[in-house]
Design a protein. Structure first.
Length: 322
């Protein structure tokens, strides 16, 4: 029996590996076609090697379930459908990212996955194994009813409170989500080009496109938020965390070093640490106020407007400047 009080334990395998018997279970239909695998859509996306880095980075904004599977293996279809429904029911609090290990072999190798399915939680760029192999009905119920909410709670405790974008798809298996998704979670038409560039990992290009959106409508809060995120990832998405932290520790008066570590904290979901680092630096280094203020204002566009950390940081910044 599954213990209803059991806490999320990264690294726990809920099921053993199984023989895929790939040949006898292959189907030729494409996802969404009659007889094919469940299609992406809603809060479910398909990931390739080219977009994988973007997925790892955006897990610092909202938590992601990473499913490594084979979309031509019909035995996996009920599992994928159940996971998709459970994720879509969370209305953007978590995203399901699917990887075809037959075609995206580099990702499979990086996770040392020999067979499908395998499920991981990504929180702040950190992968946490959830299951390897086909789960029993009881184990799958534990994943959907207990572990997914616990992943969301874990992310929120780490300051990762963003909302995944809603992906419209007429063939998607997102029955409830398509009807009930809040309009703020959908990608507005004027954002489509910027959003597409961000999904491809071109954050500099995305930031430029969001800038154009803001020039047409300076009050567009979503564009402000997404541009700030794109600028952040363009600057520091591939930074060496250890080197950046060492540089900041060695040079506490170097504004560039402190800004770099604040970026890393924001990407990792450590919003409070990023705010406090820059505010503390500003208090002791008024000569660098312009650079720090600009970075803080950029950061302020990322959390939810009701985030108490944001209100506190705004008040402290106003006190320090004025």
């Amino acid at each position: 029996m599954v213990d209803s009080n059991k806490q999320f334990q990264p690294g726990v395998s809920l099921a053993g590996a199984v023989d895929l018997e790939a040949l006898s279970h292959q189907v030729k239909a494409q996802p969404g076609e009659q007889g094919g695998a469940p299609s992406a859509g809603g809060y479910v996306i398909d990931v390739t090697t080219s977009s994988f880095q973007a997925v790892m980075q955006t897990s610092g904004t909202f938590p992601i379930l990473l499913l490594l599977w084979v979309p031509t293996d019909d035995r996996l279809f009920p599992l994928v459908k159940t996971l998709s429904d459970a994720v879509n029911a969370q209305q953007g609090k978590v995203q399901l990212a699917r990887v075809d290990i037959d075609t995206e072999t580099q990702i499979a190798q990086a996770f040392r996955v020999q067979s499908a399915p395998a499920l991981y939680a990504l929180v702040g760029g950190r992968p946490m194994p959830i299951l390897q192999g086909m789960p029993s009905d009881e184990e799958l119920t534990q994943v959907t009813d207990e572990l997914i909410p616990q992943v969301i709670q874990l992310a929120q405790k780490s300051g990762i409170t963003g909302t995944a974008p809603y992906q419209g798809d007429d063939t998607a298996d997102a029955d409830g989500a398509a009807e009930n998704a809040d309009s703020k979670d959908q990608v507005p038409p004027e954002h489509q080009q910027a959003y597409a560039l961000a999904q491809q990992g071109d954050y500099s290009g995305a930031a430029e496109e969001y800038k154009k959106v803001l020039q047409a409508d300076p009050s567009d809060k979503i564009a402000q938020r997404e541009r700030s995120k794109a600028l952040l990832l363009a600057r520091s998405g591939n930074a060496d965390v250890n080197e950046a932290r060492k540089a900041a520790a060695d040079s506490p008066d170097d504004v560039t070093a402190q800004l770099a570590v604040a970026d890393i904290d924001m990407i990792g979901g450590q919003t409070q640490d990023a705010f406090e680092r820059l505010l503390d630096f500003l208090q002791a280094h008024r000569a660098d106020s312009q650079a720090v203020r600009e970075r803080l204002l950029e950061f302020f566009a990322i959390p939810e407007p009701t985030d108490p950390r944001l209100a506190h940081a705004r008040r402290r910044l106003a006190t320090l400047i004025y």
